[in-house]
Design a protein around this ligand. Structure first.
Ligand SMILES: Nc1ncnc2c1ncn2[C@@H]1O[C@H](COP(=O)(O)OP(=O)(O)OP(=O)(O)O)[C@@H](O)[C@H]1O
Ligand SMILES: [Mg+2]
Length: 206
């Protein structure tokens, strides 16, 4: 399975998502993370510490012997880039933060994907602020009402994710009281992806 993580806006959690989906999939089968962002943030993460899966740039990458491939991409792809990315993966994961600027960028992305008739994408709401904020739930409801596919699970905002990036490890290996909660969020998203998997290649998602 090939999962591509993309967004028109920068800093929405693409690299964090790519790293943790690759960590989850590696628990199922051999997984490769392709860092296709010229900033090489995922490779930097890997170089600072240790990750349980292989990370390569788009030049080094080889499909064999990997069962799953996760591709991290740079922010602000051109529409042509986005359509190429959409055409070469089984699932396009579009992270967004639950704030108005991120949502504006997301609307543009979705309008474009609908124009090119791409159905195999899911929105992932990331960096959800803690209660009493209801931003995460509100954005999810809004997207669902607009019939836009969104993961049931959102990723909560935890400092443990920043510590993980700094230390070059997955969040579950960070010494932080919320490290386990952060990992559980990505595990739940991984489970949702596994459930979608049988439908991905054959039918496309709707
Ligand atoms: N769930 C989260 N909780 C707290 N901080 C987070 C979370 N997800 C991401 N971050 C932080 O937000 C910042 C941006 O995340 P990340 O680098 O994953 O985004 P990106 O979309 O890959 O950015 P870019 O467009 O620059 O490649 C980082 O500092 C990261 O540690
Ligand atoms: Mg990134």
């Amino acid at each position: 399975m090939i999962i591509t993580v993309a967004s028109f806006k920068g800093g929405v959690g693409k690299t964090t998502t790519a790293i943790h989906l690759a960590a989850f999939l590696q628990g199922q089968a051999k997984t490769l993370l392709i860092d296709a962002d010229p900033n090489r943030s995922a490779q930097g993460w890997a170089n600072r510490g240790e990750l349980p899966f292989a990370v390569m740039d788009e030049w080094q990458a080889q499909a064999a012997p990997y069962q799953h491939v996760v591709i991290d991409t740079q922010a602000r792809p051109t529409p042509d880039d986005l359509s190429a990315l959409a055409n070469t993966c089984d699932l396009l994961v579009l992270p967004t933060m639950p704030d108005i600027l991120s949502l504006d960028a997301l609307v543009l992305t979705i309008e474009y994907l609908q124009a090119i008739r791409t159905h195999h994408y899911r929105i992932l709401i990331t960096s959800i602020p803690p209660k009493p904020s209801r931003a995460g739930q509100e954005v999810k409801t809004l997207l669902k009402e607009a019939n836009i596919p969104v993961f049931e699970t959102g990723i909560r905002r935890f400092a443990a994710f920043q510590k993980a990036a700094m230390a070059g490890i997955p969040v579950y290996a960070v010494k932080d009281p919320r490290a386990e909660a952060g990992w559980q969020d990505y595990e739940a998203v991984g489970q949702e992806i596994l459930q979608l998997m049988p439908n991905l290649r054959a039918n496309g998602l709707s």
